[in-house]
Design a protein around this ligand. Structure first.
Ligand code: HEM
Length: 385
């Protein structure tokens, strides 16, 4: 009964018999002992952070400007508003979602590489969301701030299970930083089409296969935290899914990336000249730590055991989605980081712990190199029009 009530409140399709057998899920409670750090992981985290910083350093030497070690190229920078649904049932009413409310937010769409490649080299996508005006006990290094970041990619799970595997990928990427754009184009096209071609061009790793992505409009994507977060008393993964028809229409919609260096950005700017976008913010609660592991981020949590349920709505009105002033502020001053947020949304598991040092090192390097101050907004008015 209890679960049926949640489904009703969140508008879940009750007529779908797939969900009806789940009348009594046992949501796993968060406790500090849920995380099981590996003895060798701190050393891996330090090496990841240092190699990623080195990637930034090699790129910045080439570009005469420092950018993020990964997700360097932004494609849309939005002012948005998050409405947290009122009256959520207790398992969903946690952390920032504890009470209904309205928060301003900043969104940054990106693609994975650490260099600013033409969009014809089509790669997986990311989204940083910064919710402003959040109150409550913050994570240790975020005290005094009023922001909660949600950092997402367009995949339900992370490609690497743990920091050891991720480190292998980073070592490979580091070796290929100075490969020519022509080579990266070949790898990206090959990764989209046939693995055999990839092997034929002599690349050595799954890290480079990750360069391939269908050439679709970035606004049609659903984005996921992929790795878990504490969700107050519970644990969860989150996602942001297109809700308005104009976004749904863009799912898998091919765009002509040959038409310019910034086809993705141009498509976003065009959309927001007149369009309003609405997304559902959804939560998937952990109901079984065996099939929904905390320490292995490469496992998609089975949705038949625990579906994603809507807890909020994000709306972005028509706007200039990429003004020069806004690019300067969001790309250069801000950073989106899963460790920016409430203790109630502590990032969980080995991959999340690995991100802490790496994001700090990348951000510090680019801010220092470009002579910028690291700063978190206290108000949406700090985002230029
Ligand atoms: C071992 C795992 C990971 C490491 C070491 C890592 C590292 C990094 C670093 C160093 C940055 C640049 C930060 C900056 O300069 O501000 C970054 C950005 C980003 N990462 Fe990760 N990452 C990891 C996993 C993930 C995962 C699991 C996701 C999402 C599900 C993700 C999504 C993003 C996004 C969207 C950005 C761009 C943020 C922005 O717009 O400022 N990363 N990552």
């Amino acid at each position: 009964m209890f679960f049926l009530k949640i489904l009703q409140i969140t508008g879940f399709p009750l007529t779908n018999s797939k969900w009806l057998h789940m009348s009594d899920p046992r949501y796993c409670h968060y406790s500090e002992t849920i995380e099981v750090p590996k003895p060798e992981e701190e050393q891996q985290f330090a090496e990841i952070a240092s190699r990623m910083k080195n990637i930034s350093s090699l790129m910045s030497d080439r570009a005469r400007h420092a950018a993020r070690s990964v997700h360097a190229k932004s494609h849309g920078l939005l002012r948005a508003e998050l409405t947290v649904l009122d009256g959520l049932p207790e398992p969903l009413a946690q952390g920032i979602f504890q009470h209904g409310g309205i928060y301003p937010a900043i969104m940054r769409f990106s693609t994975v590489p650490g260099d600013i490649l033409p969009d014809s080299i089509s790669t997986p996508r990311g989204l940083g969301i910064k919710v402003i005006g959040v109150e409550g006990p913050m994570l240790k290094d975020h005290q005094g701030e009023v922001t909660q970041d949600l950092v997402m990619v367009n995949g339900k799970a992370f490609p690497s299970p743990d920091s050891a595997a991720f480190l292998e990928g980073i070592r490979t990427l580091e070796k290929h930083v100075n490969d020519s754009e022509a080579f990266k184009q070949i790898v990206s096209t090959a990764a989209r089409t046939a693995e055999t071609v990839l092997e034929a061009v002599g690349t050595e790793s799954a890290a480079l296969k990750g360069f391939g992505h269908p050439q679709t409009n970035i606004l049609g994507e659903t984005f996921f935290t992929a790795a878990p977060l504490r969700y107050g008393n519970y644990m969860a993964k989150l996602c942001l899914e297109p809700a308005s028809q104009n976004l749904k229409d863009l799912k898998d919609k091919t765009i002509d990336t040959g038409s310019g260096h910034s086809a993705l950005r141009d498509a976003v700017v065009e959309f927001f000249k007149t369009g309003e976008a609405v997304w559902d913010l959804k939560v998937q609660l952990c109901v079984d730590p065996e099939t929904m592991p905390i320490e292995d981020a490469s496992v998609p949590w089975p949705e038949e055991l625990s579906p994603y349920l809507t807890v909020g709505r994000l709306v972005a009105p028509p706007q200039d989605a990429y003004s020069a002033a806004r690019r300067l502020y969001v790309d250069e001053i801000l950073s989106f980081n899963p460790w920016h947020g409430l203790e109630a949304h502590r990032p969980l598991g080995n991959i999340m712990r690995a991100r802490k040092q790496a994001y700090a090192a990348s951000s510090q390097f680019r801010h220092e190199t470009n002579g910028r101050q690291i700063s978190e907004p206290r108000s949406i008015e700090e985002l230029p029009a």
